[in-house]
Design a protein around this ligand. Structure first.
Ligand code: PMT
Length: 412
């Protein structure tokens, strides 16, 4: 059955901050979303935000006469095609498994005939506890669809299974992959993402704080828009978007070689990777031993991948990034000019923006134009950037084509 109405139950875990993005993705796919908050969820996400993105008043109270008069909880339970609980804490799993219903969300789960799906999120030690795993098994046996959790870095600073599955993956699991948007169908896009590792000796390297999130989000957005995407990625710990081919590399030299080996036929190149400008001039074959108070390491400049792609005579439409800590506009325009890219996406980095964050804000520059995108989730930003890249690419191809035609054949 097609899913067009979802009750989204949000419980009290740190991953609740991702639920506005989840609501937005579901709405983008044409789904009506009624958010139901538990009391502890309010500690992590606001009713105002969820109401703004869902377009419906948030429900949280079984005994609220006003909301019950508008749509009683039994009616609400019947309204939904699916009840999704994300994030689902160990507590809600236990309540669902035991059938207790002390609040609106658990009551809805008992009163509904719709399918129930949960996206657990908790500390990895809690997730592997027998009690939690027993509840998971009981829920699964009763037909509850369990999404994840993912394995990786956790908000508590530890690593393991317990991260909530990403909003994009939740939506794809429930509704299937998004239908290809035709704007980029038939187009081939090569994207670089993540950091590079420049070896010092067999156990040490020079790198930077890039997580790959920006480049991976762009790959997902371009793929969603119908493109055939290849990601050339430095070492990261995030999963690639479903359907995107990934070529893992380590150093800037590896990335340079991989890009040029796969550029043939690419329509668009996006350099979102934080490529090291320098490598160690002479990599030590053995681990460097501690000796003396100081140690100097000579560095040699790496080839500029973006500039080398932009310099190709029949190369792709070229989009670079500029990561700056000051004078964003000035430095970005200088990079646009020096590297001869068609577009530069400039971001201020540091202070919780740019590197290894879920959000970003950028100013985009091209010859004769610019556009700003205020702070938003990288997945949303990537979609907005993709739309702009498509517009600029079309304009660029049109200009290039008309430049080749005799003047008498050129019309607007
Ligand atoms: O990965 P995240 O944690 O999500 O963070 C995202 C990001 C901050 C890494 C991303 O938004 C970003 O800004 N990427 C480019 C980072 C960077 O290296 O900027 P730069 O100003 O040093 O380089 C300018 C451009 O030249 C970039 O497109 C870069 O890929 C490219 N370059 C740089 C050096 C080099 N040797 N070859 C290159 O191609």
């Amino acid at each position: 059955m097609a899913i067009s109405r979802i009750i989204l139950g949000v419980t009290g875990g740190i991953a609740a901050y991702k639920t506005p993005a989840l609501v937005r993705r579901l709405k983008d796919r044409g789904v009506e979303v009624q958010v139901v908050l538990t009391r502890s969820a309010r500690e992590f996400v606001t009713e105002t935000t969820l109401q703004a993105v869902s377009g419906l008043p948030v429900r949280d109270n079984l005994w609220d006469k006003e909301t019950e008069a508008a749509m009683g909880h039994i009616e609400l339970a019947r309204w939904a095609d699916l009840v999704l609980i994300a994030p689902a804490t160990a507590e809600i799993m236990s309540r669902l498994a035991s059938g207790s219903a002390p609040d609106l969300l658990t009551t809805l789960c008992l009163a509904t005939e719709a399918r129930i799906a949960i996206a657990p999120a908790m500390n990895h030690v809690m997730w592997v506890k027998d009690a939690v795993q027993e509840n998971r098994r009981r829920l699964e046996e009763r037909g509850v669809h369990i999404l994840g959790p993912d394995d990786g870095d956790q908000a508590c600073g530890e690593t393991g299974p317990g991260r909530m599955v990403s909003p994009d993956d939740i939506v794809a699991s429930l509704l299937g992959p998004a239908a290809a948007h035709p704007v980029l169908s038939g187009k081939s896009i090569l994207i670089t993402a993540g950091p590079t590792y420049e070896a010092i000796d067999p156990v040490r390297y020079i790198t930077n704080r890039s997580s790959g999130k920006m480049g991976y989000a762009l790959a997902a957005a371009c793929q969603e828009a119908g493109a055939d995407v290849l990601l050339v990625s430095g070492p990261v710990s995030i999963s690639p978007p479903v359907g995107v081919k990934v070529l893992p590399v380590q150093s800037a030299a590896d990335m340079h070689a991989a890009v040029h080996a796969h550029l043939d036929g690419a329509d668009i190149f996006v350099g979102a990777a934080a490529v090291s400008d320098y490598r160690v001039a002479d990599i030590s074959r053995d681990k460097i031993k501690k000796s003396g108070d100081d140690l100097s390491i000579a560095l040699a400049q790496n080839a500029d991948i973006l500039a080398s792609v932009a310099a190709l005579s029949d190369g792709p439409f070229t989009v670079g990034f500029a990561a700056e800590t000051t004078h964003l506009r000035e430095h970005a325009l200088a990079k646009l000019e020096k590297k001869k890219a068609d577009m530069i996406v400039a971001n201020l980095v540091g202070k919780d923006l740019g590197f290894d964050t879920d959000d970003n804000a950028v100013d985009v520059y091209w010859k004769g134009g610019e556009q700003s995108f205020s702070k938003r989730d990288k997945a949303m930003l990537a979609r907005d950037l993709t739309t702009l890249i498509v517009e600029r690419h079309l304009e660029h191809s049109h200009t290039a084509m008309t430049a080749e035609l005799p003047a008498t054949m050129v019309r607007d």
